[in-house]
Write a protein that binds this ligand. Structure first.
Ligand code: SAM
Length: 422
């Protein structure tokens, strides 16, 4: 099967929430790189392209795309943004639509792609937005102003840089890798290529971790010698930070394949966790009597904050997904409460933009568990100086948005709270 046909099927799988099937079917590295470029560009342009296509056909494309509609989106993406010769694109996607779609599919794709070819320059000049689907916008509307949503949409639609957390000597590695040293000593690369080919990968000098995500462990301050339970730990970005900071770590995650990645990451970094346990977090807590100095709950969530690297999220997530995540997070948070020593610290984080999963989740937890109080996070703890004050909320939480540092590559949407058990 050729790369365009495989890409059409992969795209359908991604929209169905089947992320595991990503790109494994394409073995040739160049072809795989092309498929990734095509699919990620199309996911970032899909909402806009649906509007364009709607103008050329008698009816609007539905929220759930059929296979020939996906072929059309990919064909339009190649013509408009990847600059593939037009004749090759039209005939390829007409063939794919005929093969995979219904009997009218070839004619429909042919007619619309030819019109797009004619008007390509005008369409290209139109702005990037909308990136968000209606459902995704509904997730943000209760929590952010129209201006904030527009800024998030603008910067989240851009391809993100690659952030690395450095084991030691960040300035040295910034120079070797040609990257930018960030306020928390992450190194930001604007054009990276294959991660495993970068200097320092084999020797385990750094690991991939978004700037925003790396702030969670940094917010804990000095944790040398602390006994830490890292819940929902895989693939281990925070586990690595904890070990690097001198903590003793028990890492728990429900997913065996993701824990395998965590183990491989720790081995490459020459780090050792005290325990690595494959278990549901609540089951683990219910069947274990140990009390910890620190518990990290980097909870499963709607992942709406990771939309720069996972643009399919804007097409697949709905407010109902947030409701489901909130319930699970609430149960997990309650289960942690009895496993902290007196004076122990609970760090709660989510890569979600929804305040129901972040700010309100923590407020409700404190209402139900008054023995916990907020330890306000400060720029001084994070960066040793008063930079990026806009990521700290009045309550003393961290609230990162993709629009913050937008012109410098932005950051994931992320929420972090540090609580202490009195
Ligand atoms: C946001 S990711 C964690 C990222 C990780 N802490 C890091 O810094 O690399 C959430 C993790 O929660 C795990 N998870 C989901 N449901 C779980 C459950 N019921 N118990 C334990 N882990 C769970 C997932 O497998 C996933 O690895």
């Amino acid at each position: 099967m050729n790369t365009r046909t495989l890409s059409t099927q992969i795209y359908q799988n991604i929209l169905s929430g089947n992320a595991d099937s990503r790109f494994d079917a394409i073995s040739d590295p160049q072809e795989r790189a092309f498929a990734k470029k095509l699919i990620f560009t199309a996911l970032r342009k899909q909402t806009f392209l649906k509007k364009v296509i709607g103008r050329y056909s008698s009816k609007q494309l539905p929220p759930k795309l059929s296979i020939e509609q996906i072929a059309l989106i990919l064909g339009a993406t190649e013509i408009l943004y990847l600059h593939t010769p037009q004749y090759a694109v039209v005939s390829s996607y007409v063939d794919i639509a005929k093969k995979l779609g219904n009997k009218y599919a070839g004619g429909f794709v042919n007619a619309v792609l030819r019109k797009i070819c004619q008007d390509a320059d005008t369409i290209r000049q139109a702005s990037n937005v909308p990136f968000f689907s209606k459902n995704f916008r509904r997730i943000l509307q209760p929590d952010y102003t129209a201006k904030q949503i527009a800024a998030i949409e603008k910067y989240a639609a851009l391809e993100p840089p690659l952030d690395l957390t450095i084991k030691s000597e960040p300035a040295h590695w910034a120079e070797i890798l040609g990257g930018k040293l960030m306020p928390n000593n992450s190194v930001r690369l604007y054009s990276a290529g294959a991660v495993s080919q970068l200097s320092g990968y084999q020797e385990g000098a750094w690991w991939v971790q978004d700037f925003a995500s790396s702030l969670a462990v940094t917010a804990l301050g000095n944790i040398k010698g602390k006994n830490v339970l890292d819940l929902c730990a895989a693939p281990g970005g925070k586990t690595a930070q904890l070990i690097n900071a001198g903590a003793t770590v028990t890492a728990v995650d429900i997913s065996a394949p993701r824990l395998q990645t965590l183990k491989e990451n720790l081995a490459r970094l020459k780090f050792k966790a005290k325990n690595i346990i494959c278990s549901d977090a609540i089951n683990y807590l219910q069947n274990n009597n140990e009390n910890f100095d620190i518990i990290i709950l980097d909870a499963p969530c709607s992942a709406s904050g990771t939309l720069r690297r996972h643009p399919e999220i804007v097409h697949t997530k709905t407010p109902e997904d947030v409701v489901q995540s909130v319930k699970l997070q609430q149960q997990m948070l309650s289960a942690t409460a009895s496993h902290l020593k007196k004076g122990g610290i609970l760090l709660y984080s989510v890569c979600s933009l929804s305040k129901n999963e972040g700010e309100r989740q923590v407020a409700n937890f404190i209402d139900a568990n008054p023995e916990f109080k907020i330890v306000p996070i400060t720029s001084a703890v994070l960066f040793n100086s008063n930079i990026l004050p806009e990521i700290i909320t009045p309550e003393g939480f961290i609230r990162c948005l993709p629009s913050i540092l937008g012109t410098e590559g932005g950051m994931d949407g992320f929420f972090i709270a540090v609580l202490q058990k009195e």
